[in-house]
Design a protein around this ligand. Structure first.
Ligand SMILES: [Zn+2]
Length: 357
C-alpha cells in the first residue's frame, strides 16, 4: 500500500484566487432528487403536485431511465409505489429504498456536507484534472445526487451531468468525493475525446474499438481517481472497493484478463455482443470484480506512472488504439508480451484505417 495520499496534505486555492485564474471545470451539486426522496419517504401522502415535481427532476429522470436494467418497470407509478412501501417500513424494497430509510440520517448529513463544500470539491477536481486539459478548455459539470438504484455513480454519455447514488457511501465523504472525480473524468472524456468516425470500420472492428475504448475510459478514470492512494481506515467506502478489486492485482489473473480481452475483442466477442452470455460482462461486471477496470488502471500506471513515457493529455484526444499500441510498446521494452501478435496486428490495422477516415 502506498503511503496515505498526499491529497490530505494538499491545500486548495481559495475560491477567489481560483476564480481569478479561471478554473477549467465549474462544478455544481444538485441535491434535488436526494432531498425530495428523503422528504417523500417521510411524507408519502404528499399532494400529487409534490410527486409531479419530484418526477420532473433531472435525478429522478435519470433513475427512471435506468430502472429497466435493475429489473423494474421504469414508470413513475412504480417508483411511487416503491417509495411508499419503503416509507411504511417494509424491508427489502427494490432499488435499495429500505436501506435509504434505514440510513436516512447519515445520508442527509452527507448530502448537506457535499452541498456546503461544493467549492472545495470543485477545487479538488480541478487540481487533479487540470494537467490533462488544455489552457483554453472549459467544462461545466453538474453532479446530481440521487437516492435509490444499483449504481454508485454513472454518466449518461454526456459531458454535462453525472449521477451519484448517495446511499452507497455510508457517510464516507472521501469516498464520494473520489467518485465525483472519477465521473468528472468521464465528463472530460465525453467532451474532448474523438468520436469513432461513421462508416470507417467494419462491424467487427467497431466492436474491438468499443472494447478498447471502454478499457481506456475506465482504466484512466481509475488512474486519475486512484482508490489505492487512500488509507482504508480513513475512507470506509474506498476500503470496500479496495477489498473488492484486490484479486485483480494477482499476476496470474492479469494474464487471464489479457486472454479475456482478446476473446472479447475478437470475432467471437463480436458475435456474442449484447447477449447475456457475452464475455464482455465478465470484464466489466461487478459480480466478476470488474477486471477490465483494474487492467486499464494497470496499463495507465505503466504508461503515465514514474516509469511511463506517455502523456494522458495526448491519449485523451486520440483514439484508444493509441493507448493500447503505446502500452504494447512499453511492455515489450520491458520484456513482456501482453497480447498475441494477431491481436496487436488487429489493433494496428484499425489504427491505420482510422488515420484514413
Ligand atoms: Zn467509470
Amino acid at each position: 500500500m502506498r503511503p496515505l495520499l498526499l491529497l490530505l496534505g494538499i491545500s486548495f486555492p481559495t475560491y477567489a484566487s481560483s476564480q481569478s485564474r479561471g478554473e477549467a471545470i465549474a462544478l455544481t451539486i444538485d441535491v434535488g432528487n436526494a432531498a425530495a426522496t428523503l422528504r417523500l419517504l417521510e411524507h408519502p401522502d404528499a399532494p400529487v403536485v409534490d410527486w409531479n415535481r419530484f418526477f420532473a427532476l433531472d435525478g429522478t429522470q435519470a433513475l427512471l431511465g435506468r430502472m429497466e436494467r435493475w429489473g423494474e418497470d421504469p414508470s413513475e407509478g412504480r417508483l411511487m409505489e416503491l417509495l411508499r412501501e419503503a416509507s411504511r417500513g417494509a424491508s427489502n424494497v427494490p432499488m435499495s429504498f429500505s436501506a435509504v430509510v434505514r440510513d436516512s440520517t447519515t445520508i442527509r448529513t452527507l448530502m448537506n456536507r457535499l452541498r456546503d463544500e461544493t467549492q472545495g470539491i470543485q477545487g479538488f477536481v480541478n487540481q487533479r484534472l487540470s494537467r490533462f486539459l488544455e489552457e483554453e478548455d472549459r467544462l461545466e459539470i453538474n453532479v446530481v445526487l440521487v437516492l435509490g438504484g444499483g449504481s454508485a455513480g454513472f454518466t449518461r454519455g454526456g459531458a454535462k451531468n453525472q449521477f451519484i447514488g448517495l446511499h452507497f457511501y455510508d457517510g464516507d465523504f472521501l469516498g464520494v468525493r473520489n467518485l465525483i472525480l472519477h465521473e468528472s473524468f468521464h465528463n472530460v472524456q465525453a467532451a474532448f475525446s474523438p468520436q469513432l468516425p461513421a462508416m470507417c470500420l467494419s462491424p467487427a472492428e467497431e466492436h474491438t474499438y468499443s472494447l478498447l475504448s471502454r478499457i481506456f475510459q475506465e482504466g484512466t478514470a481509475e488512474f486519475v481517481a486512484d482508490i489505492w492512494d487512500y488509507d482504508p481506515a480513513e475512507a470506509p467506502y474506498i476500503a470496500k472497493l479496495q477489498d473488492h478489486l484486490a484479486v485483480n492485482r494477482n499476476p496470474y489473473r492479469r494474464k487471464q484478463i489479457e486472454g479475456l480481452i482478446e476473446l472479447v475483442g475478437g470475432p467471437v466477442g463480436a458475435q456474442l455482443s449484447g447477449r447475456a452470455e457475452s464475455p464482455w460482462n465478465i470484464l466489466f461486471g461487478w459480480n466478476w470484480r470488474n477486471p477490465g477496470y483494474q487492467y486499464g488502471y494497470t496499463m495507465s500506471q505503466l504508461l503515465y506512472g514514474p516509469e511511463g513515457r506517455s502523456d494522458l493529455r495526448v491519449h485523451l484526444r486520440s483514439h484508444p488504439t493509441r493507448f493500447f499500441l503505446d502500452y504494447v510498446d512499453i511492455s515489450q521494452d520491458g520484456g513482456l508480451q501482453p497480447f498475441s501478435q494477431g491481436f496487436v496486428s488487429r489493433i494496428t490495422a484499425i489504427e491505420a484505417k482510422l488515420g484514413q477516415c
